[in-house]
Design a protein around this ligand. Structure first.
Ligand code: IPT
Length: 958
């Protein structure tokens, strides 16, 4: 065969979806047809432009001996230690001039080569055909097999198949793939994520025997009024369908109705079946369920559902979007273990294996098309491809590739047209096509608030008050919209510390039928593992345009450890509510599942005295149906010594091992007090004794001139003083487009990070050492008159801090408390909220008890360092040889660097432990909110500057 060498790359800027590929069809694994994975080590050559090299590399016999090697699936910019270029992160700005469909001349192009032989057991080449499948290539690829050009395609996160049987040889096959980073398709893929070129999903050669299955559509409905399921499998190639457990054996195209157990995210019952044609057997996993819009509600199997969801991008800190099966499974397991019931595949169809896991383990899925044109917002959506008929074939191709690939997954309840693409005829065409092709699911798209094309009113980051109005149907809108249910396809922006306010949203979702829940933004921080920085984010690769750490906004850290945000969300959405009344000894249990009864759960009570469990036992709770509640009597409180703070803790645990967590995994819990806490009291019986240099009082000594505390018992301290500063969180800073007040900025403007402490008086009386100060920033006239009063009973030392604001305070305080230094501290024990961090609007999961940790483990490793690690409602804490009791309870944090150093750090590796452990004991903390992309803290979580008094009692630890 003669090979005509060319450098023609006009297809790169062609708006068409491609040339040569087979029509889209369902993605399935055959039981008996052979397949050959072409994953593994490939040869790679990266050029700076699309046409720098001609295509002679695709010719048989080409010598690629000096090419690099790259792993497929993979992104070449994440391999080769930067030798092949670097990742680029932008949120919505196109990282190239906007001139659709033109792309820059500088267009990194990876020529890939894979040599393969057919395995020995591969059928003879005249027995059927073969298909070459690419599951994902970013962003545009041209393909040759054995020197023959077989086509080119765009649509990065969508499958493309080519018929190649006639080109195969038993040995010495050469597969050549030229991948361009930028193409016309890039205009349709402006998602908020790293731009990562490469063949990042599997490449597979599939044998297609004569008479093999082509495409098929499983229709498996459930009628909740009869308890029966109706199955029909439409298949391009005739055959038979069997489901042994249901005694089903029917022809394709034929329907049968039998009693079945339905599929739901809570009860993911799948029936194993098989589709058999003359040439092939294909396993089926059938879930019976019916999704409808009825009475203005999304109903599955006759019941309205509540989404407790998350937006999931595919991410791995080393492999980018080239995810292995184990990682996908880990995501689903983590979601299930944290009570999530839904996932939106933001913003593209995921690897198909992920959807298998959703079917199997049970998650509602919004499957989203690979489409976003967000950057056009910068030009008021002018030239937006979704409103330009030239692009419509590409949009329809994308819709079809998603729907056809994924249509047999029971977990998918919504097709989403894409994300942030404005409005236009192209979207309408997609919606019409999807509605026509699959009437068994609903259509979602957020960008059109009139809901012209959609079956749900969907919004992102709507504030609580607006969500409430929508719940009450007082939000107006088009006639169509007013009839539709509402979801937040994105809310609770999990960037850095937070999100705050989730419990307040959940309350609304549970109060109004129309509000059918939401999806947190987002699942995982897209940090890239980096030798010097720990995890890299936008700008760390020298990008000329980037959006910094806005790419790290997940509920799990890049290494998939849950962040406090996920722990909070788990508690907020728990499927069983456990409230109680300690006084009359009853607990009220409410089943908040949509489908499941409580038979899968076992309940346990524990009775605690001063945070320590003195007795525990099983609690028998009736097997409640969804929505039902019962009051259950607790046992008589066990006898214990006198006094002490007492409480009940009741937990709901898995009664048996499940597919996603072992027996005893805690699903839900509640705590309620029996008798309250007694505040620590210290008689002011000791007299301060002043000498020339020192004042002594009880166990402590002070500098006589400044009144600064120097020692308590044998422990030397850096004197406590008022502290109002915290290293602003991403949510404190807010997003640049936020018009609302952004306190992170204002706190800095008003100098709260550089407060001065003026000493006004050191007074010694019979029983008190009083130090009067004024704490205020340079340049401003407002301040905090702060008085420290020290008393002692000879053994314990009490500090009472009185704070009286003066002047015109324009901002709330970040925190209010004292900070002091300890020469050393490692182990920490406390009685209060734990085990993890909590802030005023993120504290639902903070459980009162006895906890222990270390100073290092108290830190929450937000990828961009910021305020973190506070423990809430602390009664007492012991560290560094001291015991500190609070009156009232306080927020505690300790770290090996100052809050100023924390503030200055850009990556975790910037934080190096110093000689002092800095301890903050806070009377108050400002709420966290979600303003990095959403509302700030609700007013009830503000820490306002107002007259306040609080105390701590210090003693040496027992
Ligand atoms: C919204 C996007 O849909 C999502 O991809 C992500 O960028 C998120 O915000 C923020 O992290 S768009 C929002 C700016 C309204």
């Amino acid at each position: 065969m003669s090979f005509r060498t060319t450098t023609d790359v006009t297809y790169v800027e062609d708006v068409s979806p491609g040339r040569g590929a087979l029509p889209p069809r369902a993605w399935y694994a055959s039981s008996d047809a052979k397949s050959l994975s072409l994953n593994g080590s490939w040869r790679l050559r990266v050029s700076a432009t699309a046409d720098a090299e001609d295509d002679s590399f695709a010719e048989e016999g080409y010598d690629a001996g000096d090419w690099a090697e790259v792993t497929v699936p993979g992104h070449w910019v994440l391999q080769g230690d930067g030798a092949f270029g670097s990742p680029v992160y932008t949120n919505h700005l196109y990282p190239f001039p906007v001139d659709p469909p033109r792309v820059p001349t500088e267009n990194p192009t990876g020529d890939h080569l894979r040599f393969f032989d057919l395995p020995e057991d591969w059928p003879a080449l005249d027995e059927g055909g073969a298909v070459l499948r690419f599951d994902g290539v970013e962003s545009c690829a041209r393909v040759w097999l054995n020197g023959t050009d077989i086509g080119e395609f765009k649509g990065s996160r969508l499958p493309h198949e080519f018929a190649v049987g006639h080109l195969l040889k038993p040995t010495g096959n050469v597969l050549a793939v030229r991948v361009h980073q930028w193409s016309a398709g890039s205009y349709l893929e402006d998602q908020d994520q790293w731009w990562l070129p490469g063949i990042f999903r599997d490449v597979t050669l599939l044998h297609r025997p004569p008479g093999s299955v082509l495409d098929f559509f499983v229709h498996a409905d459930y009628d909740h009024t009869t308890g029966e399921g109706t199955l029909r499998v439409d298949s391009d190639v005739d055959g038979r369908v069997s489901v042994p457990a249901l005694d089903i054996d029917i022809a394709t195209g034929e329907s049968v109705t039998v009693p079945v157990e339905p599929w739901s995210a809570e009860t993911p019952k799948l029936y194993d079946g098989e589709l058999v044609t003359a040439g092939e057997r294909v396993p089926l996993r059938i879930g019976f369920r019916t999704v409808v819009l009825e009475d203005g509600l999304i109903k599955v199997n006759g019941r309205a559902i509540l989404f407790k969801g998350v937006n999931r991008h595919e991410w791995h800190p080393e492999k980018g979007r080239a995810l292995d099966l184990e990682t996908m499974r880990e995501d689903v397991l983590l979601m299930k273990r944290h009570n999530l019931n839904a996932v939106r595949t933001s913003h593209y169809p995921p690897h198909p294996a992920f959807l298998d896991l959703c079917d199997e383990l049970g998650l509602w899925v919004i499957d989203e098309c690979d489409l976003e044109t967000h950057g056009f917002t910068e030009q008021a959506w002018r030239d937006n491809p979704v409103d330009d008929d030239r692009w419509t074939p590409a949009l329809l191709d994308r819709a079809a590739r998603m729907v056809e690939r994924d249509k047999n997954h029971p977990s998918i309840v919504f097709w989403s047209l894409g994300n942030e693409a404005g409005t236009g005829r192209g979207l309408t065409a997609m919606a019409e096509w999807i509605h026509g092709r699959d009437s068994s699911r609903l259509v979602h798209y957020e960008g059109d608030w009139d809901c012209r094309d959609t079956d749900v009113y969907s919004r992102m980051y709507a504030f609580h008050d607006e969500v409430e109005k929508i719940g009450q149907k007082l939000d107006g809108g088009t006639h169509k919209r007013r009839e539709l249910p509402f979801i937040q396809c994105e809310y609770g922006h999990a960037m850095g510390n937070g999100p705050g306010g989730l419990a307040d949203y959940q309350k609304l979702f549970e109060s109004y039928d129309r509000l059918q829940g939401g999806f947190i933004w987002e699942w995982i921080d897209h940090g890239i593992k980096h030798p010097e920085l720990g995890y890299a984010y936008g700008g760390d690769f020298g990008e000329e345009l980037h959006d910094g750490n806005f790419v790290c906004d997940g509920l799990i850290f890049p290494d998939r450890t849950p962040s406090p945000g996920l722990v909070e969300y788990k508690k907020v959405i728990e499927p069983v509510r456990i409230d109680g009344d300690g006084a009359d000894g009853t607990v009220r249990v409410t089943n908040k599942y949509d489908f499941a009864d409580l038979s899968g759960l076992a309940f346990e009570w524990a009775y605690q005295v001063d945070g320590e469990t003195v007795e525990a036992g099983a609690l028998s709770v009736p097997d409640l149906s969804p929505g039902e509640s019962a009051d259950v009597k607790l046992p008589e409180p066990p006898a214990h010594g006198t006094g002490g703070e007492t409480q009940w803790t009741v937990r709901a645990l898995l009664a048996t091992d499940t597919a996603w967590a072992p027996k005893d995994h805690v699903v839900a819990w509640g705590q309620f007090p029996v008798s309250g806490r007694q505040s620590p009291s210290v008689a002011a019986s000791d007299r301060p004794a002043a000498s020339e240099k020192l004042i002594t009082l009880g166990p402590a000594s002070f500098d006589a001139r400044t009144g600064a505390l120097k020692t308590i018992g044998g422990v030397e301290v850096t004197a406590p003083r008022l502290d109002v500063w915290r290293a602003p969180t991403d949510n404190d800073d807010g997003a640049e487009w936020q018009t609302d007040t952004r306190y992170g900025m204002l706190w800095r403007k008003y100098g709260l990070h550089r407060m001065r402490h003026r000493l006004d008086a050191v007074e010694v009386s019979d029983d008190t050492l009083t130090v009067r100060t004024r704490v205020a920033p340079a340049a401003w006239e407002f301040g905090l008159a702060t008085v420290y009063r020290w008393t002692s009973d000879g053994e314990r030392l009490k500090l009472t801090v009185s704070v009286t604001p003066d002047g015109d305070w324009k901002v709330p305080l970040p925190r209010l408390g004292i900070r002091f230094g300890l020469p050393q501290a490692d182990a920490v024990r406390w009685f209060g909220g734990g085990p993890g961090e909590a802030y005023p609007d993120t504290g639902t999961a903070s459980m009162i008890g006895r906890w222990h940790s270390t100073v290092d483990e108290l830190q929450t490793p937000y990828v961009r360092p910021q305020e973190n690690g506070a423990r809430a409602d602390v009664r007492w804490v012991e560290l560094g040889g001291l015991r500190i009791e609070g009156d009232p309870e306080f927020w505690f944090s300790a770290r090996r660097w100052t809050n100023e150093q924390l503030d200055a750090a850009r990556h975790l590796t910037d934080l190096t432990p110093g000689d002092t452990v800095w301890v903050n004991l806070d009377h108050g903390q400002h709420g966290i909110g979600s303003q990095s992309c959403g509302p700030g803290p609700l007013p009830q979580y503000f820490l306002r500057a107002e007259p306040t008094e609080f105390s701590f009692v210090f003693s040496t630890a027992r």
